[in-house]
Write a protein that binds this ligand. Structure first.
Ligand SMILES: [Zn+2]
Length: 545
């Protein structure tokens, strides 16, 4: 009911704003000059407001008008009749580093994302974000990138730097060092602290260590983002893991954000209801809890992360592979792998991909004999047990083999998608079509085909709501004075082209995408422009000295 009031107030405000800007235009009695006029499109402004037919103008890097017919002359006019005009989309969880850091400008332009209509990507997720953010942001600015960038400082990067790969708690001195690195990251513009407690060595941390660090991020206005410890039944289980995240938020005094929220594997299918109930109860009690999700039934991770028990990766990949040579240890590892394979739905639910994934730091990798094949088929081809096939692949890749694993149920996925507090993310990285096709897939399948959500919900939960959750300054909405991240797409042609076997194919249907007022996509084609900017978070005064 509260939100109904809010949205009524918002739409009254929107009408008032429209009237005042229309009056300003006519009061001047003359046409104003804009750089770009997008005319006659169906406008979704990123809020809950109803769409309307109208115009948007851009001058410099700002939106200068949103409303019914604009009284302007423009250097360039885009006829958007039959098209949807919306804020540029925001992707709350990506592994797009390999593009944004590429020596090739055409890749830094980030077409995999701009061709989905995405103008802002989040980096440093799953605990991977460097605390040296000032340097990283400066490099992005100097080299040029195609999308705006938001970044976390990562618990994994910090723990690795201070304690290495060891499976133990930090000493008090080490904990202080970890805290100092969180502060450094936050004070250099991180949006918050990300963690991937599922992955080693982050997995070796107990909850209290994470809370101590989350406090430092919370004090500086950050958010705690997590690839939670267990999305299935590997360790503490999905429900206890969800409770752990909520506890970190409460005791850390920090908003929490679940990344790629899901119920992973047949053992927890149907548990989305319990997770949602826990989150709704926490929200009702006043806790700030949100999530992002991706619209895919297959997840993407390392073959070793999926199958090898965590204790066996203590010390890193090389130490793990050395344990394979010890027959007694190998026997123990294999016994646990049997259970892990079951959790993943069996060897026929694991597709080996071309990328390499290791705790989310995916890098491009050349195709191997198993690329694009299911683990079950490779095992048959090699005439070995699927577990032996997996071990051979892990050995040959030095622990860097990646998989897509079909382990999410449709009802759970839809259940998470429909929540008022869930926004879109791709989790995109090499080897899974979500890198190129997440937003089109969500629209084509869940808006147009299955009617799970409508167009307004899709856009709001991929732009305005995301900007609200992360308090992004003047982003996520089509509003006068906001930065001109503006998307024009053809709802009939906005479709994915990538699939699990051909994951790296550009999506279609984006007619125009402006990033800070510059066309990143023009007439359906990437322009190669690099008008993206780092979007550093500003901590409250006095918290960074
Ligand atoms: Zn993740």
């Amino acid at each position: 009911m509260k939100s109904g009031m809010k949205s009524r107030q918002k739409s009254r405000m929107a009408v008032a704003l429209l009237l005042s800007s229309a009056l300003t235009g006519s009061a001047l009695g003359q046409a104003q000059q804009a750089d770009v006029l997008i005319t006659g499109g169906t406008i979704y402004d990123g809020s809950d407001a109803k769409p309307f037919t109208g115009d948007v103008t851009i001058t410099g890097d700002k939106i200068t008008y949103v409303g019914p017919k604009a009284n302007v002359t423009a250097k360039r006019t885009i006829n958007a009749r039959g098209m949807i005009v919306s804020p540029g989309l925001i992707d709350a969880h990506t592994h797009s580093d390999h593009f944004l850091e590429s020596p090739d400008k055409a890749l830094r332009a980030n077409p995999a994302w701009t061709m989905q209509g995405v103008s802002t990507v989040f980096l440093g997720i799953d605990g991977n974000g460097t605390p040296n953010l000032k340097d990283r942001f400066a490099k992005f600015s100097a080299n040029g990138i195609g999308t705006n960038v938001v970044s976390y400082v990562g618990f994994g990067a910090i723990r690795q730097a201070v304690i290495g790969e060891a499976a133990r708690a930090p000493t008090p001195a080490e904990l202080d060092k970890e805290k100092a690195l969180v502060v450094k990251g936050m004070c250099e513009g991180a949006i918050g602290l990300s963690a991937g407690l599922f992955y080693a060595p982050q997995n070796f941390a107990k909850t209290d260590e994470v809370i101590a660090l989350a406090k430092e991020a919370g004090r500086r206005g950050g958010i705690y983002d997590t690839h939670q410890r267990d999305e299935t039944s590997y360790s503490i289980g999905l429900i206890n893991s969800t409770k752990e995240v909520l506890q970190i938020g409460r005791e850390g005094g920090i908003p929490v954000h679940f990344s790629h929220i899901k119920a992973l594997g047949p053992v927890v299918w149907g548990k989305s209801a319990d997770v949602i109930k826990l989150i709704n109860e926490a929200r009702a009690s006043g806790q700030n809890v949100t999530a992002n999700h991706y619209p895919w039934l297959a997840s993407h991770t390392g073959l070793d992360a999926a199958l090898i028990p965590r204790w066996a990766s203590d010390g890193g990949d090389a130490a793990m592979i050395k344990r394979f040579d010890d027959p007694a240890l190998m026997k123990k590892i294999k016994a646990e792998m049997v259970e892990n394979l079951k959790r993943r739905g069996g060897a026929q639910a694991i597709l080996l991909t071309s990328g390499a994934a290791d705790g989310g730091t995916a890098k491009d990798a050349p195709a191997k004999p198993w690329t694009g094949k299911y683990l079950s088929d490779i095992a048959k081809e090699w005439k070995v047990d699927p577990l032996d096939a997996a071990i051979r692949i892990i050995r040959e890749t030095g622990g860097k083999a990646s998989i897509v694993s079909f382990n999410i149920s449709e009802p759970d996925l839809e259940n998470f998608m429909k929540q008022s507090w869930t926004v879109t993310s791709s989790d995109g990285g090499p080897g899974h079509p979500r890198e190129y096709a997440t937003f089109q897939t969500k629209y084509a399948v869940y808006v147009k085909q299955k009617h799970v959500i409508d167009t307004g919900f899709f856009i709001r939960h991929s732009s305005g709501l995301t900007a609200d959750i992360f308090k992004l300054d003047r982003r996520g909405y089509l509003r006068t004075g906001y930065f001109a991240d503006v998307l024009v797409f053809d709802p009939n042609r906005y479709v994915p082209k990538a699939d699990y076997v051909h994951p790296a194919v550009l999506s279609e249907g984006v007619q125009e995408l402006f990033v800070n007022g510059v066309a990143a996509v023009d007439n359906g084609k990437p322009t190669g422009a690099t008008a993206g900017r780092p979007l550093p978070h500003t901590p409250p005064a006095g918290t960074c000295n």
